[in-house]
Design a protein around this ligand. Structure first.
Ligand code: SAH
Length: 356
């Protein structure tokens, strides 16, 4: 048993089962024992790796897309260049390096990072030591000015509620006790207003997931973009409209039982891009059609960029580079599992790669 398993088991024994959402929130961000609170989970020695950690090309291409979008909207100054859930700061470092030569951009930008983990904040501070960076706890603290923003593998880390449909309503996934051990259970069925729009497209036995924190965060971002200008690019694994159980735990790059070691494994769920798009549209912004990561990177010119980089490489470094290119783009790896949408003030102002 982990220390957090013990804390949760005692709480459940006293007050009854907790929702999957509460379990996930405690496992990820418990102030003392939370997964993100206590470690840097990224990289080969960690539990998972991400596109910017695989290749510099990811951040370079997204950074140039944002820079072009900023120029297309008249190079407003000052503006916010932001990332939510910046991990080790690698993506932002690549964005900043790639955009160094864009006229006036760095003089006009105010870099803001939204980060909950003290450990990763420290890693970002090291990586971005040459830049003037402001850290904030929530998207609602972003300045009220034009905003260009990236989020890669952020929304999958937000706690979800999970429901199974039955003849009498929705039964919510809970974490209960079986003897001394944590075990999954289901609540009694009840109507759930937030799932009314799913009644027409699900049947008894179907599992759907809701991420209550996703819409308010998207709203904060989209409202600034709609009112002041800017663009956001969101990349994550998931799909259009959640269906099925996608809750998973990863430890040392392997799927594990999510209840086995609370606080020691990364917990995620697939992102429902329809929910993000709805929130952005409700806030008055425009949303691109959802595309795969492979398609958007191809549209942004990853083929040409990969070849340019390859010219200066040989041997093992060249092989690693080719593998990284395939990992980011191929259908068998991240290319189609990962999806992306862009948010802009109007359809004609979608960033390159997302325009039609
Ligand atoms: N974007 C990075 C890291 C992805 S890992 C990359 O691509 O490499 C998820 C990131 O989101 C971590 O930085 C984690 O600490 C952060 N995070 C998770 N939950 C958060 C929350 N509720 N608020 C702010 N940041 C959060």
């Amino acid at each position: 048993m982990t220390p957090l398993a013990d804390i949760l088991a005692r709480r459940i024994a006293k007050t009854g089962p907790i929702s999957l959402m509460e379990f996930m929130a405690e496992c990820l961000l418990h102030p003392e024992h939370g997964y993100y609170t206590t470690r840097d989970p990224l990289g080969a020695a960690g539990d998972f790796t991400t596109a910017p950690e695989i290749s510099q090309m990811f951040g370079e291409l997204l950074g140039l897309a944002l820079a072009q979008s900023w120029m297309d909207q008249g190079s407003p100054a000052p503006f916010t260049l932001a990332e939510i859930g910046p991990g080790r700061g690698t993506l932002m470092a690549d964005v900043l390096r790639a955009t160094k030569a864009v006229p006036n951009m760095h003089a006009a930008m105010q870099v803001h990072l939204v980060e909950a983990s003290p450990t990763l904040k420290a890693a970002q501070r090291d990586k971005l030591a040459d830049y003037d960076v402001t850290w904030i706890d929530e998207a609602s603290a972003l300045p009220d000015q034009p905003l260009w923003l990236l989020a890669n593998e952020f929304f999958d880390a937000l706690p979800i509620r999970q429901f199974t449909r039955d003849a009498h309503g929705w039964r919510e996934t809970q974490v209960a006790l079986e003897g001394e051990a944590l075990a999954f259970g289901l609540s009694n069925p009840a109507p759930i207003a937030a799932l009314d729009h799913r009644l027409a497209n699900t049947k008894v036995g179907d599992v759907v997931e809701l991420c209550p924190a996703a819409a308010p965060i998207t709203d904060e971002i989209a409202r600034r973009i709609a009112n002041k200008g800017g663009a956001a690019i969101i990349v994550d694994y998931g799909d259009w409209r959640s269906l099925g159980d996608t809750f998973q735990a990863l430890e040392a790059h392997k799927m594990v039982d999510p209840l086995a070691r609370p606080g020691q494994a990364d917990l995620t769920a697939h992102v429902d891009f329809e929910a993000l798009a709805r929130a952005a549209t409700t806030a008055g912004a425009s949303v691109s059609k959802m595309m795969t990561q492979g398609e958007v990177l191809a549209r942004l010119g990853i083929g040409a960029r990969a070849q340019t980089l390859a010219q200066n490489l040989d041997g093992e470094a060249l092989e690693t580079h080719i593998k990284a290119f395939e990992r980011l783009t191929s259908d068998a790896e991240m290319g189609t599992l990962f999806k992306t949408i862009a948010i802009a003030p109007t359809p004609s102002r979608l960033p390159p790669g997302f325009d039609t």
